[in-house]
Design a protein around this ligand. Structure first.
Ligand SMILES: Cc1cc2nc3c(=O)[nH]c(=O)nc-3n(C[C@H](O)[C@H](O)[C@H](O)COP(=O)(O)OP(=O)(O)OC[C@H]3O[C@@H](n4cnc5c(N)ncnc54)[C@H](O)[C@@H]3O)c2cc1C
Length: 393
């Protein structure tokens, strides 16, 4: 799939982090900007961070005018990438139904719909009968804590095979000459006169004038190597799957009023369940049992039949959540040090973030669709507070 080269002494650009964001940025640096003297340094194995741990949902139902076009571009790219990379990302257009359980939720859904319609994205309201016709197993308990009044539906929301995204980008970047170096941890960053000069790694020192950081869950650690503070908090996010069963659920279902509980059926037949982040900072790659209990209880209020399923597997990752929930794609106070902080739902943003991050590193100016995503927003106070992120509890 790709070579395993020893690191060279010098590169034009070093990307730290071999997840979807880092590998995607390397691909777009080579494809869009013809810069191929690039290394991606990964301390473990490709996709072994959050990219291979997520629940594979991609969508663009967001609240803010600055968010929707960015996420729409990501969806567009996801639907083209299998052909472009000549690698099957198993993009499966499922549609996402978010239940509406209060007038406040209804108001937010209508605001989102208005913003999305401005950008040509489809987002429409569903009655209870329409939900039932789409999902025969939908059987909400009459004693629900918050009764379901209806739903809102994004037909283009999809599931995408997560590790295939990392592997597809890696193979394409490698074919264009990018060096992908696994088991190579960045342990320090050297700088002189306010500009980076290279990275210290477990495989030796590598000279470079430009470093792109894409290390979801470790952003504060790596940025501190150049004394850069980031406005983020690192929190665990967990997911779990049932034993596989025959196809019963096509759509991705979200019970936002129950702490963002969501579930869907994977192509292997497992029911995949998740919720918002655990509500405390941690670097442990495991979660709290109360979240599993709460999300499972929430799911069973709507789909009691899933109560007969057995739990098969459970895991967690660590997310760097910016204070306003939106991604950060930015220059920093150190010349030549650029950051891509994926945020809470950073799988869906991989193609758009990778493309705009590559643009920023190559040209030193932000891509038009990512102009508002810089660190400057935390100084000016023009935050992108986003009601559509999944970490909101
Ligand atoms: C349980 C769970 C469910 C999720 N579900 C969804 C979802 O359905 N939809 C969605 O959009 N998002 C989801 N996410 C979020 C999404 O997975 C992440 O935001 C996204 O994968 C981040 O990608 P990345 O490439 O930035 O980071 P990662 O894939 O984490 O890659 C970063 C890499 O950097 C490496 N690294 C760290 N430090 C160093 C160092 N010093 N030197 C070298 N390498 C280093 C790590 O080993 C890692 O491989 C979920 C996350 C979790 C944990």
């Amino acid at each position: 799939m790709w070579r395993s080269p020893d690191p060279k002494q010098e590169y034009d650009i070093v990307i730290i982090g071999g997840g979807g964001h880092g590998l995607g940025a390397a691909h777009f640096l080579a494809r869009d900007h013809n810069i191929t003297k690039v290394a991606v340094l990964e301390k473990g194995w490709l996709g072994g961070g959050n990219t291979g741990r997520n629940t594979m949902t991609v969508r663009s139902n967001f609240l803010r005018e600055d968010s929707v076009p960015f996420h729409e571009m990501s969806l567009d790219l996801y639907h083209e990438l299998s052909r472009e990379l000549n690698y099957n990302l198993m993009v499966s257009k499922r549609g996402m139904i978010t239940f509406i359980q209060s007038s406040a939720a209804n108001r937010v859904a209508m605001q989102m719909a208005n913003t999305m319609h401005i950008y040509g994205a489809e987002y429409r309201m569903l009655s209870l009968d329409q939900i039932k016709r789409r999902i025969p197993a939908f059987d909400p308990s009459p004693n629900m804590r918050l009764p379901i009044r209806g739903g809102v539906y994004q037909p283009r929301a999809s599931m995408v095979r997560h590790d295939a995204v990392a592997w597809g980008f890696a193979r394409a970047a490698d074919a264009r000459g990018v060096d992908i170096i696994q088991n190579c941890e960045v342990t320090g960053i050297r700088k002189e006169h306010g500009a980076v000069t290279g990275v210290e790694t477990t495989k030796g020192f590598i000279r470079t004038k430009k470093i792109g950081m894409a290390v979801a869950g470790h952003g504060s650690v790596v940025a501190s190597m150049v004394d850069q503070r980031l406005p983020i908090i690192t929190q665990p996010l967990q997911a779990w799957v049932s034993e596989p069963i025959k196809p019963i659920l096509n759509e991705i279902v979200v019970i936002r009023s129950y702490h963002g509980t969501y579930f869907m059926q994977s192509d292997k037949g497992e029911i995949v369940v998740g919720q918002g982040c655990d509500p405390y900072p941690s670097y442990a790659q495991r979660g709290t049992f109360s979240i599993v209990e709460d999300a499972t209880t929430s799911m069973l209020e709507v789909f009691p039949t899933f109560g007969r399923l057995k739990l098969l597997r459970h895991w967690a990752g660590m997310l760097d959540i910016p204070y306003d929930g939106s991604p950060i794609i930015s220059k920093t106070d150190t010349k030549g040090f650029y950051v891509d902080v994926a945020g809470s739902g950073g799988f869906k943003t991989i193609p758009a973030a990778a493309k705009t991050f590559a643009h920023l590193i190559a040209t030193d100016s932000p891509h038009p669709l990512a102009e508002k995503l810089g660190l400057h927003r935390f100084a000016s106070g023009r935050l992108l507070q986003e009601g559509g992120v999944s970490s909101n509890r």
